[in-house]
Design a protein around this ligand. Structure first.
Ligand code: SAM
Length: 218
């Protein structure tokens, strides 16, 4: 199975220092290339107030804030590997009603019991992971979802356009400059990890293509 044209070139142990360096500019970059995809992702997540919701790799909390706002009577948890990103996310949800918590955590080993969540959201993280981690991390996500729980993923994906070719050329020279993100195609891995009803959609902004994958835990 091939899910990416390029290998992950920033080792996971370096992620916190790479993202600590870009945290201050992250929201501006994200607004330019990913606003449309994040909006689609929140719509697909379709949070129903009172649910138990987890976002993995919350970053600066752009989506986490939306999830919290839609879930004032529920519980919304968020984890990320990078404290510098989490501290920005905490500022975005300060004072919002509902039970919400943000803490350092690794997608490879989620610190939650089996079958805890109705919904798990994860954006622009698999594009940093080595391909060999895709299925183990997806299985870990499946473990913490309730049976029939919803999975919503968004990732930079592979394409043939001019912007993608330029992006890939920059990535080959300096992957850390791009936060280690390269295009991936996740759907076959989601199926392989035991999810059902796997659907994909592409959203493009300024030539940057995002793949949104939705699925159900079995
Ligand atoms: C490109 S940012 C995306 C942030 C956010 N999801 C968004 O869409 O704006 C990637 C984030 O993934 C986090 N990350 C990378 N590997 C991770 C892992 N194994 N577990 C949890 N978070 C991780 C990084 O710290 C960083 O905040």
């Amino acid at each position: 199975m091939t899910g990416a044209r390029l290998d992950a070139r920033v080792p996971q142990r370096e992620i916190p220092s790479v993202y600590a360096r870009v945290a201050w500019i992250y929201d501006a970059w994200a607004a330019l290339t990913e606003t449309r995809a994040r909006r689609a992702c929140v719509a697909k997540a379709d949070v129903r107030d009172g649910e138990t919701v987890l976002e993995v790799a919350v970053g600066t909390g752009l989506v986490f804030r939306e999830l919290v706002v839609k879930n004032p009577s529920g519980r919304t948890e968020g984890v990320d590997l990078t404290e510098a990103m989490l501290s920005r996310a905490r500022r975005k949800v300060e004072g919002l009603p509902g039970r919400h918590r943000l803490r350092v955590g690794d997608a490879h080993q989620l610190d939650f019991d089996d079958a805890t969540f109705d919904l798990l959201v994860n954006n622009y993280m698999f594009d940093l992971l080595p391909e060999r981690d895709f299925v183990p991390v997806l299985r870990e996500m499946r473990r913490v979802l309730k049976p029939n729980g919803r999975l919503v993923l968004a990732n930079l994906t592979v394409g043939q356009g001019r912007v993608e070719r330029i992006y890939e050329a920059v990535y080959r020279i300096s992957p850390a400059l791009l936060g280690g993100c390269r295009g991936v195609a996740l759907a076959p891995f989601v199926e392989n990890a035991g999810f059902a009803s796997v659907r994909t959609e592409r959203v493009s902004q300024l030539g940057f293509p995002t793949e949104i994958v939705t699925a159900r835990a079995t």
